[in-house]
Every structure is written in structure tokens, then in C-alpha cells.
Design a binder for this molecule. Structure first.
Ligand code: SF4
Length: 438
């Protein structure tokens, strides 16, 4: 294959955090003059950014590596599954290099070796916001790596290590740059956003001539000054989260919290080693909604965790109902190689897990439908994601991209992605709204 500039393709698997890693790798390679190929054929080398969270994700990663080898043949593997280099090399002896999560330099080095860059100062220009894989109007903002928690079903701390927060001035500078480049919505991500800055002992750093603390509240408050939508993901229901709710009530950041509760029964939470208590959590959510009645909560839950009894599961259903969780994602428990929960007794049979999954999704759907009904007749802001001949599709402040529902505005095909428009909600279904421009 011959090109003026070497060309790289990327297959990005896994969570939004992995997507941010892919963006960083691509930004670095673009700054060295590489072109990005949308397909296997045009690429001098293909990077596969893998996910190693669940065994099913590992399987998917192996399949993606196999496909890239078959289609292109020159493959560099990176990401969470990269820690299992032996397994990857056993299956695919021809991979050029295997690197683990966050080893940006090593990935870039491997690509440089496989397809050396051509020095051209004009090609080396990169857009000011770096290169992003998300649409232009929203961007993920990664504030830390790793995690200090030790949930028994999770191997992320083994893969990524303890929490390492980025100093706040770097995070804010990146956020400011993204806003200047036209991003309208920032999605703050990490493994545990509410723990931000703990490892730095909340150290202050200079941002635009002011000292700002690397702390969850300060981060939310400062991002709220940018004048764009700011959405918080992967937050724990710790007491200090109370402080950001007034920022939501004041419209500084979006009234949205993505809190992966995972369960509600104290017995299961203990086995999961999760820092939470359902009773206190319910009280906390009620207080949050007293301060900010519009608050939407998204959460994920695991059903069929080892030892989960019928009573535990009932407690989970009650919690979802009583807490009015707006958006629910539900996983069936899956043992992950290396996770302590594999040794727990009381495996839940597959058919019981399936029944519980269905029951939880049914309950969650009813809660979602009832919550959305309360929005009918209201005037709300919607950010537009896509437009076609039938109309425009966007999201309210209560919907994150890719995981939540949306708002459809029929017949409005003059709008553009990234527009924020005022609409009146006309109808609601289980997960989505339909609205008309005001
Ligand atoms: S909080 Fe728990 S589930 Fe999330 S990354 Fe940390 S250890 Fe894993």
C-alpha cells in the first residue's frame, strides 16, 4: 500500500472511557501526519482498542482482532484486554504489538514502527479540539483514570490501577478548548466521578489566574461557568454529592446524575462491596429532588449476583419504583476472570436470572413511562443530534447520548445537529418524547 501520508484505521470497543483513549491516540497520530482510514482496505495499520471488562467483551475483542487480521493483516492491539498479551498472541501470532490500557505512547510507538510517519509541518496541524469520535456537538471529558473502590465483580482496578485524577486546571483547559471548538455538551466521565481529586488531596492549581481545588464540587461549578451543557456520569451517592444539586437547580449544570447503584439489597451490596445503603440512598434521592425537582437519575443494576435471593430481588424492584429512577440499564451477572465474586456461593440459575431481568426491565419501563408523562405539556430545551426528511431527533437535559431516550420533533428538517431549541412536549412513550417547536 502506498500513500503520501501513512494511514491508520481504528476499531474502538468498550465504554466511553475507551472511546476517549481512542480519540487521544488518533489525535497524537494525526499530529504526526497520519491520515485516518474509515475502512480496513485503506489502512497501512489498524489499531484495535479492546475492552476486557466482561468475558463476553473479551470474546468480542478477540473477534474484532481476528477480523482486523483477516481484512488487513497489520494490527496493533491496545486497551483493557491488552493486559492478556499471552492470550492474544496465542490466538493471533501475527499481531504487530500488544499494549495495555492508557499506554498511549506505546501504541503510537508501535504504529510509528509499523508505518513510519512522514515529517510534514503542514500535515501536522490538528484541529484545536483534537480529534473526536463523537459528533461535533458533544464530547466526553475524562477527569481521572483508575478506581479506589474494590467492587467484587469488577477487575477495573486490577486493569487500570488506583484512582489518578487529572489536575483541575488541565481538565478545565481541555473543557474550555472543546467549548471554543463548538462543543455544546460535555459528558464528564471516569470510573468514580464523585471521588475526583481524592488522590491529589484536592490540590489547588492555577486556572486563568485563580487557584481552583481539584474537587468534585469545584469541578462541577467551574464547568458550569462555560455556558454549555454539562452532564455528570458515574457518580456515587456519597454525601458530598448533595453539594452539586443546587448547581443543577440553578441551571448551571444539567439536572442529571448517572449513578451505577448496581443493587439495593444491603445483603447483595455487601457481597458486591459497594459503598451504599438503600434506605439512606432513598432518603438522599428524595432530598435531592426537593432541591431540584427536575433531577433525572440514570442507573445500572446487576441481577442474578451470587447469593441474590427472591427477597433481595424484591428489594431491588421496590427501590427502582420508590426512587423513581428515570433511566435503567440492567445486566445479568456474568463472572469475570479474576474477579473475587467468582468465589461466592449461591450461583443464580440462568432461567431465574432471565426472569429477574425481565421483571426489572418491566418495572423500570413503567417508571420511565410515568416520569415522561409528567413532561407532557411542558416547554423544554432540546439539543439536536440528527435531522432527516421526517424531522429532527434530539435529547432533553434528562437524556444522555447513546444510552437514554430522545425527543422527536416531526417535520422540522431545517435544524442542524448541535442546535439547542425550545419545544413543547406533545406526547410521551415508554422511553421517548415527541415535541413541537415553540
Ligand atoms: S467503582 Fe467498582 S465497578 Fe466501578 S470501576 Fe471501581 S471497582 Fe469497578
Amino acid at each position: 500500500m502506498s500513500h503520501d501520508a501513512p494511514t491508520v484505521g481504528i476499531v474502538s470497543l468498550g465504554c466511553p472511557k475507551a472511546l476517549v483513549d481512542s480519540e487521544r491516540i488518533l489525535t497524537k497520530l494525526r499530529s504526526q501526519g497520519y491520515a485516518v482510514s474509515p475502512d480496513y482496505d485503506g489502512a497501512d495499520v489498524v489499531i484495535v482498542n479492546t475492552c476486557g471488562f466482561l468475558d463476553s467483551a473479551k470474546q468480542e475483542s478477540l473477534e474484532a482482532i481476528g477480523e482486523a487480521i483477516a481484512e488487513n493483516g497489520r494490527v496493533v492491539v491496545t486497551g483493557c484486554m491488552g493486559v492478556e498479551e499471552g492470550r492474544i498472541r496465542a490466538a493471533f501470532p501475527d499481531v504487530l504489538a500488544v499494549t495495555g490500557p492508557h499506554q498511549y505512547e506505546a501504541v503510537v510507538g508501535a504504529v510509528n514502527e509499523a508505518a513510519p510517519p512522514i515529517h510534514d509541518p503542514f500535515v501536522h496541524l490538528v484541529p484545536p479540539d483534537g480529534l473526536r469520535l463523537t459528533p461535533r456537538h458533544y464530547a466526553y471529558l475524562k477527569i481521572s483514570e483508575g478506581c479506589n473502590n474494590r467492587c467484587s465483580f469488577c477487575i477495573i482496578p486490577q486493569l487500570r490501577g488506583d484512582l489518578v485524577s487529572r489536575p483541575i486546571n488541565r481538565v478545565l483547559m481541555e473543557a474550555e478548548k472543546l467549548a471554543k471548538a463548538g462543543v455544546k455538551e460535555l459528558l464528564v466521565i471516569s470510573q468514580d466521578t464523585s471521588a475526583y481529586g481524592v488522590d491529589l488531596k484536592y490540590a489547588e492549581s492555577d486556572f486563568r489566574g485563580r487557584l481552583v481545588r481539584s474537587k468534585f464540587f469545584d469541578l462541577a461549578n467551574e464547568l458550569g461557568n462555560l455556558g454549555i451543557w454539562v452532564r455528570l456520569h458515574y457518580v456515587y451517592p456519597y454525601p458530598h454529592v448533595d453539594q452539586v444539586i443546587p448547581l443543577m437547580a440553578d441551571g448551571k449544570i444539567l439536572p442529571y446524575l448517572d449513578i451505577p447503584f448496581q443493587h439495593a439489597s444491603p445483603h447483595v451490596l455487601k457481597a458486591m462491596r459497594r459503598p451504599a445503603h438503600a434506605e439512606k440512598t432513598l432518603e438522599r434521592i428524595r432530598r435531592w429532588r426537593d432541591v431540584c425537582p427536575d433531577l433525572a437519575i440514570r442507573s445500572t443494576f446487576i441481577v442474578g449476583f451470587p447469593g441474590e435471593t427472591d427477597e433481595d430481588f424484591e428489594a431491588l424492584l421496590d427501590f427502582v419504583e420508590e426512587s423513581d429512577i428515570d433511566r435503567v440499564g440492567c445486566f445479568r451477572y456474568e463472572p469475570v476472570q479474576g474477579a473475587p465474586s467468582n468465589d461466592l456461593p449461591g450461583a443464580v440459575p440462568a432461567h431465574v436470572m432471565e426472569e429477574r431481568w425481565n421483571a426489572l426491565m418491566e418495572t423500570a419501563q413503567a417508571v420511565s413511562a410515568a416520569r415522561l408523562q409528567t413532561r407532557v405539556g411542558r416547554e423544554i430545551d432540546v439539543i439536536i443530534d440528527s435531522v432527516d426528511g421526517d424531522g429532527a431527533t434530539g435529547r432533553s437535559v434528562w437524556d444522555a447520548p447513546e444510552i437514554d431516550g430522545g425527543v422527536f420533533i416531526p417535520h422540522e428538517d431545517d435544524l442542524s445537529p448541535g442546535d439547542i431549541v425550545r419545544v413543547r412536549v406533545a406526547k410521551a412513550s415508554e422511553y421517548d418524547l415527541e415535541a413541537d417547536l415553540v
